[in-house]
Design a protein around this ligand. Structure first.
Ligand SMILES: NC(=O)c1ccc[n+]([C@@H]2O[C@H](COP(=O)([O-])OP(=O)(O)OC[C@H]3O[C@@H](n4cnc5c(N)ncnc54)[C@H](O)[C@@H]3O)[C@@H](O)[C@H]2O)c1
Length: 484
């Protein structure tokens, strides 16, 4: 890998994605500095071997981070205005402070412990470089966990350049550690907007963010998608583990770090009983909270009932609840009218999409006073003295206020790495200019790489059983429509 550019001058980019192959042109805001020559050479196919083949299977049917542990208030100079060199005298990076590299390296090493599948991929790829010659540009959160992904891609033979998609989630010390390793970056979706000709040299796109995937489908529908793209957001391992288990683990962490409140016996309403809502409800129920659920979909609503939650309309409980959590991916689920009716001290937060689920803008009116009581916690005070506790200004609570379990990120990062290997090594014609889901077998492979961590012993089908079920003994074990 070459260098990293964390976009720390205030730019934020929506897409968490990666693009195979390197652009040749320099653009204004994305610096390909002095050492870009090597990166910009044409790739060779030498060195791609059996690892890719063993996991590749054609299929056409087929979000995360904790904020930096480093105080960012110490130096407000934009990284673009700083001249920095790493220990090898390279300046081919744009990061906050190269002196934090050792600290960042320790963070990466800690993350490696909880990302067994990526480490297994590195081990299995010894001598085999399924990404040899691949040039990968990525735009993701820059965290210890994504650093493990980048370094895995490099270990598999790729040359990588990377950019941060969000300054608030960037772990500056990790960016420094990557830059010290002379590793690094650029970002992706700008290519389409600013340099569409580069698509001639790009082999494929791997996209994990909801917004990015949505944009890819729009492009495809309009006939404007010029290269194959993998939608890893909708792979089973992403949906189940990132949405359900990640939120189950991180909801209480986010709530407790910000409020120090005891949740046993508290009345909580969770809006939306999809994967994220199910995770939040499970954690709060286990903590002894009284949990109500709102839903628009009768199937998810029935699931909530069968799981022992009271299904209500938000209006019915809004006056009595202690906590309101949105998990719908929708907008204006909690309106100003709801906020007006909440009781004093009600905690309001969002685990779903961006900051649209709670109508935070409606609280910016002259009669209401905002008081910042601690980082990411605002008291919004009504003229009669009632105050509500708004967390992270309605942005994602767990991404803003807690850490996200590395093991979960290991699953999604492995999915990304395998998607890149698949796209890069697929024979000509397997993938057209369209959006694809990951082959089922690859999803299963990602899961199987994580099983040894639990000392889990998987049962193997006998020949007779495989025949009876009409399955290949090595998978895939479920049809693509199976819902898990
Ligand atoms: N916080 C995180 O770490 C995290 C992780 C993954 C996904 N997400 C985001 O969380 C959101 C939900 O993801 P998901 O996987 O649970 O999606 P999902 O589609 O499985 O669930 C959303 C649920 O909300 C319901 N819903 C929609 N509008 C509603 C309304 N007005 N009132 C009540 N219920 C309503 C839907 O019927 C659906 O069942 C998405 O925006 C996703 O991007 C957050």
């Amino acid at each position: 890998m070459k260098s990293i550019e964390a976009a720390q001058n205030g730019d934020t980019f929506n897409a968490d994605g990666t693009v195979m192959e390197a652009p040749r042109t320099v653009k204004k805001q994305i610096q390909f500095a002095d050492q870009k020559q090597e990166f910009n050479k044409r790739p060779t196919k030498i060195g791609r071997r059996s690892l890719s083949r063993s996991i590749s299977q054609s299929s056409t049917d087929s979000y995360s981070s904790a904020a930096s542990y480093t105080d960012s208030s110490d130096d407000e100079t934009s990284p673009r205005d700083k001249q920095q060199k790493n220990s090898k005298a390279s300046s081919d990076f744009c990061i906050k402070n190269i002196k934090q590299a050792d600290f960042g390296r320790r963070e990466i090493e800690i993350a490696e412990q909880e990302m067994p599948a990526l480490m297994a991929l590195r081990k299995r790829a010894q001598g085999e470089k399924p990404l040899a010659g691949a040039k990968i540009v990525g735009c993701t959160h820059i965290t210890a966990q994504t650093a493990v992904l980048m370094e895995t891609l490099a270990a598999l033979g790729a040359q990588c350049r990377w950019a941060a998609c969000n300054i608030y989630s960037t772990q500056n010390e990790v960016a420094a550690a990557l830059a010290e390793n002379d590793d690094g970056g650029d970002l992706t979706h700008w290519i389409y907007k600013k340099y569409p000709n580069m698509f001639k040299k790009i082999k494929g796109i791997v996209e994990e963010s909801v917004t990015g995937v949505h944009r890819l489908y729009q492009l495809s529908k309009a006939g404007k998608l010029c290269v194959p793209a993998m939608n890893v957001n909708d792979s089973v391992t992403k949906q189940k583990f990132d949405n359900l288990y990640c939120c189950r683990e991180s909801i209480l962490d986010g709530l407790k770090r910000t409020t120090d409140v005891m949740f046993g016996g508290k009345q909580v309403v969770v809006c939306g009983y999809g994967e994220v809502g199910k995770g939040c409800c499970a954690a709060l129920k286990a903590m002894g909270s009284i949990v109500y659920v709102t839903e628009i979909d009768p199937i998810c609503a029935l699931q909530a009932c069968m799981d022992g939650f009271r299904l209500v309309k938000l209006n019915e409980v809004i006056r009595q609840v202690d906590v309101v959590i949105t998990c719908t991916g929708n907008k204006n689920v909690v309106t100003r009218e709801h906020l007006d009716r909440m009781k004093n001290g009600c905690i309001v937060c969002n685990m779903g999409h961006s900051n649209t689920e709670i109508d935070v803008a409606s609280l910016r009116t002259p009669e209401l006073t905002w008081e910042r009581v601690r980082s990411q916690v605002d008291h919004v005070i009504w003229p009669d003295g009632k105050r509500i506790v708004l967390l992270a200004e309605g942005r994602l609570l767990n991404l803003s206020c807690s850490t996200v379990p590395t093991f979960v990120l290991s699953i999604t990062a492995t999915t990304q790495a395998l998607a890149m290997i698949e796209l890069y090594n697929a024979p000509e014609g397997r993938y057209k200019q369209d959006v694809y889901l990951l082959p089922k077998k690859m999803d299963e492979y990602v899961a199987s790489l994580h099983l040894p961590t639990f000392d889990a012993h998987l049962t193997e089908l006998s020949d007779e059983q495989a025949k009876y079920l009409g399955l290949n003994k090595n998978g895939p074990f479920k049809p693509n429509y199976y819902r898990y």
